[in-house]
Design a protein around this ligand. Structure first.
Ligand SMILES: Nc1ncnc2c1ncn2[C@@H]1O[C@H](COP(=O)(O)OP(=O)(O)OP(=O)(O)O)[C@@H](O)[C@H]1O
Length: 444
């Protein structure tokens, strides 16, 4: 029989759990006294059932809501002081996130019953193919309308074995969406192979994708399987598909039509059963109109088009995402750092995030290492404090300086600190950019 494990988040510690719920026989209980501690435990271990215990109303509402949203896969049971149930926010959180709740004094028989019921329901859904996750697969986090819609879309198309074309800006999560489609699909047990078509030199991409036979070219001393063949039984993810050379577009089209490939230098056809998922950050219909992308291939690939929204269209997710990043990289942070300031959250909400989630991760990681206070401030994230505040406080000259500094920070972040690229984007020479960076004390 499998051990029934229970994560108990209690602001009254172990003794409080014992006083309220008795022995909880038959459960292997891990008790933590804060959401931060719970996040650490959950980063290491999976729990199907959780108990949330708040006898005195000290669980701050925003944090409770955020934590429950973030861990919505767990079946939560609540135990609260009956007087707390008058609070509309708590009632709302219970209705939205909990499977069941109890008031004190707890009826032990009913508590055991609801915990057992939650566990039983969790076991029923565990291991059914649509929800089975590939080891190491990650989640698309977020609760904004845009992300919920994306997840619902993914759930539907994952079950259908047809090509998917994912569009979206750089760093918005296209590869993550592809992984999620694979992980939710009946192919989840097979390989997921990702390849960036823009990163492989055109001279190598044919043999990388399709493999080669012995003697196909000088140096081909042994036959080699290509990536499409290696994805058989699973999915192949072709990122930056717009950069695939035209001759290879023809080979890919043949594969999509006939489900067979030829290796380079080969004459025999090889049957391959792989689902093709592609992504692009360029406008493929425009590339088709310009003659850079085959129209017939475009229609084959875009049976199910998906758009991953840029971060600026789902800013509601910023608090949740920053919390997740804070937890994920907390081992790297400076010891005195405890969290993110309200000013930083406001500055993030104002920023447009041209580099999307990747930019958010980079800014947060840098800030977590370099911040010198207890809370991350806008300047640690290399973001300007709210513009209105600057103008009112600092007058025009300083506001100009501040805007200049922000533009430089933003460009450098977007271009991965590549000075030449950032200078081009800002419309100044490299020398001018170096001078401005020195003026604003921005390290290269
Ligand atoms: N919703 C999300 N929740 C958590 N992490 C995310 C989310 N979306 C993206 N990420 C993270 O952001 C980073 C960039 O995502 P990803 O590589 O999927 O973007 P992309 O659109 O494929 O980028 P590119 O176009 O540059 O290839 C990754 O570290 C990914 O794990």
């Amino acid at each position: 029989m499998s051990v029934k494990r229970l994560l108990c988040v209690s602001n009254e510690g172990n003794a409080g759990v014992h006083a309220a719920c008795g022995e909880l026989r038959g459960w292997d209980v891990c008790t933590v006294d804060s959401f931060q501690a719970a996040r650490k435990v959950l980063a290491q271990q999976h729990y199907a059932v959780g108990l949330l215990l708040d006898g005195n109303g000290t669980l701050e509402h925003d944090d409770t809501e955020r934590f429950l949203q973030q861990h919505h896969h767990i079946r939560w049971i609540g135990v609260f002081g009956s007087e707390l149930l008058h609070r509309p926010q708590l009632r709302q959180a219970i209705a939205t996130h909990l499977c069941d709740f109890h008031t004190r004094p707890v009826d032990m028989v009913r508590l055991h019953h609801s915990l057992g019921h939650a566990h039983g329901m969790a076991m029923l859904t565990k291991g059914t193919p649509p929800h089975k996750r590939q080891a190491g697969a990650r989640h698309i986090d977020g609760q904004s309308v845009a992300i919920r819609r994306l997840r619902a879309h993914i759930d539907k198309i994952a079950a259908v074995d047809a090509p998917v074309l994912i569009s979206g800006e750089s760093g918005s999560g296209k590869e993550l969406a592809a992984q999620e489609i694979h992980a939710q699909s009946p192919r989840a047990g097979g390989p997921f192979i990702a390849i960036n078509c823009a990163a492989i030199p055109p001279s190598l991409i044919h043999s990388e994708l399709f493999g080669y036979e012995r003697g196909a070219f000088t140096g081909a001393v042994k036959e080699k399987q290509g990536l499409i063949e290696a994805a058989s039984g699973g999915s192949i993810f072709l990122d930056e598909i717009g950069d695939l050379p035209l001759d290879l577009q023809a080979s890919l089209l043949r594969f999509l039509q006939e489900r067979t490939i030829y290796r380079v230098g080969g004459t025999r056809t090889i049957a391959v059963d792989a689902r093709v998922i592609t992504a692009t950050h360029v406008d493929l219909p425009k590339a088709v109109a310009a003659g850079r992308f085959r129209e017939d291939l475009y229609y084959r690939l875009s049976v199910f088009p998906i758009r991953v929204p840029p971060l600026r269209e789902r800013k509601d997710d910023l608090p949740l995402l920053t919390d997740l990043i804070f937890d994920k990289y907390s081992d790297e942070k400076s010891p005195q750092l405890k969290g993110i300031s309200k000013q930083a959250i406001r500055a993030m909400a104002q920023h447009d995030w041209p580099g999307n989630i990747r930019e958010l991760i980079n800014r947060m990681r840098r800030a977590m290492v370099l911040a010198e206070n207890r809370l991350i401030m806008p300047e640690d994230l290399e973001l300007a404090p709210q513009e209105d505040a600057i103008i009112l406080r600092d007058g025009l000259d300083n506001s100009r300086g501040s805007a200049e500094r922000t533009a430089i920070w933003n460009s450098l972040a977007k271009c991965g600190n590549n000075i030449s690229q950032a200078a081009r984007e800002l419309g100044v020479s490299r020398m001018t950019l170096y001078r401005l960076m020195a003026k604003h004390s921005i390290a290269p």
